[in-house]
Design a binder for this molecule. Structure first.
Ligand code: ARG
Length: 460
């Protein structure tokens, strides 16, 4: 028997090889997919009269025993078995004897690992979608309370125009909705069965790939076996989708970190989701958003890592591909806990509307409204209006006032045709509500967006 088929090595040199070659330490994560895949496989083999009904029953019963052993923590994962596929087969042999050897008919570990890993990724896509939907509900809930809460909208991290806090939260709701759509589109694209491709060229047995695919919940069967056993696009897609989602989480985290500083003071994380300093007793640190921001780096690394592993591989399977799993497992786990903890942290976050309003009064956020007013009512070209507004801002600065706090007399010194209605125009709330175009920040436009997301969530 070859070394691999026997799963045993003798020399110490070979022990080192076992350690290096094995994936069992991490691919045991795939035990359930492996068992489900094998059950479907022997059902197909028996239906096609490739193995007997008795052999099928014995194998399935044995696999159920193994599943229970693993879940009860009684199973021994042995490095000499190399990977989860060999491990389960060798345990099955010990449990039921020679019939176990029939299970691997008309398949290879190449299509087996492609199946298990794909099933894991598809399941993870769905789990992530569920978690993201919960995050969306939290964001929409926060938004529903703040359609009139003013805060400075920024560009270049400089005060730009007044917006409301719901509008800001709904920007993130939009991002996470795209993340959900990407995960679902990827699920749809990749819900194709690889099993039955065998080593690389298909199999000489009278198999029924369609039947096996159906048992496992796939939409269809892959077209070309050579591609199928070499394909890890589904894994790259979840890595990219997670990286993009974590980038969104990281941007929101960055804002929460800024907003919870004393310079901003816009929000406060609950004590439950903050940490303290080991030396400075007065401190409350935003470790949760900082870690979320930090973990984004690692998931990006996992994406680049797999792209790099795959880029030079000739068809079909190469052992390099065993390096595909750890990064995906890591990214999936990181993504799941990240979405969960972000939802929880947001639920407990308090919003200081007063602090947001105070900040909105800094930076002459309604300056554009004065320029628009001069253009619309005083026969200015926009450029001339822009210039005059600059002079008004400088004047307000000198008086240590915000432009929204100037009175009519002060404004008329610059342009006598300015009327009483300018006072209301320059109020921050009016400025926010003036931007009532579709998708704009006006409370009425924000409410339309809020309803859109609420309806979408209801339909889910
Ligand atoms: N442990 C292997 C992996 O994860 C399984 C496939 C092994 N196939 C082979 N021909 N050596 O990639």
């Amino acid at each position: 028997m070859s070394k691999v088929a026997s799963g045993k090595s003798t020399a110490s040199k070979a022990k080192l090889l076992d350690e290096f070659n094995a994936s069992i330490m991490f691919d045991k994560e795939l035990y359930l997919q492996d068992i489900e895949g094998s059950i479907a496989h022997v059902k197909m083999l028996s239906k096609q009269n490739i193995i007997s009904t008795e052999a099928k029953e014995k194998i399935i019963n044995g696999l159920h025993v193994i599943q229970k052993e693993i879940e009860d923590g009684e199973y021994e994962f042995n490095i000499a078995d190399e990977d989860i596929h060999m491990s389960i087969e060798s345990r099955l042999s010990a449990l039921i004897g020679d019939d176990a050897k029939r299970m691997h008919t008309a398949r290879s570990r190449n299509d087996q690992v492609a199946l298990d890993f794909r099933m894991y990724v598809l399941k993870s896509n769905k789990e992530l979608v569920e978690l993201l939907l919960e995050l969306e509900r939290v964001l929409v809930d926060i938004a529903s309370k703040h359609t009139k809460t003013l805060l400075p909208g920024m560009t270049h991290l400089q005060h730009a125009q007044p917006i409301n806090f719901a509008y800001h939260m709904l920007a993130y709701t939009s991002m996470f909705k795209r993340d959900i759509e990407r995960l679902e589109e990827s699920h749809k694209r990749n819900n194709i069965s690889p099993i039955g491709c065998a080593a690389l060229a298909g199999s000489p047995y009278p198999t029924d790939r369609e039947y096996e695919a159906k048992l496992l919940g796939f939409d269809s069967v892959s077209i070309n076996c050579l591609d199928t056993v070499s394909d890890r696009d589904f894994a790259l897609e979840i890595l990219f989708n997670i990286s993009t989602m974590m980038m969104h989480i990281s941007r929101l985290s960055e804002e929460i970190i800024l907003w919870s500083s004393s310079e901003f003071g816009f929000v406060e994380l609950s004590d439950e989701y903050s940490t303290s300093s080991s030396i400075m007793p007065q401190k409350k640190n935003p470790d949760v958003p900082e870690l979320l921001r930090g973990k984004t780096g690692r998931v990006n690394g996992n994406l680049i890592s797999l792209l790099t592993v795959l880029k030079g591989l000739p068809l079909a399977y190469n052992k390099d591909m065993q390096e595909d799993k750890e990064g995906v497992f890591d990214s999936v786990k990181t993504a799941k806990i990240s979405v969960k903890i972000l939802s929880e942290a947001l639920k407990g976050m308090s919003v200081d509307e007063e602090a947001m309003l105070r900040a909105t009064k800094k930076g002459h956020l309604s300056a554009t409204d004065l320029a628009d007013y001069l253009t619309a009512n005083c026969e200015y070209t926009f450029r001339d209006a822009y210039k005059l507004t600059g002079e008004v801002v400088a004047f307000a600065e000198e008086r240590k006032k915000d432009i929204s706090e100037l009175n009519l007399e002060e404004l008329q010194k610059f342009e006598s045709n300015i009327k009483e209605d300018i006072i209301d125009t320059l109020q921050l709330e009016s400025s926010m509500n003036a931007r009532n175009s579709q998708g704009g920040t006006a409370t009425c436009s924000t409410l339309v967006q809020l309803e859109y997301f609420a309806n979408w969530l209801k339909s889910r």
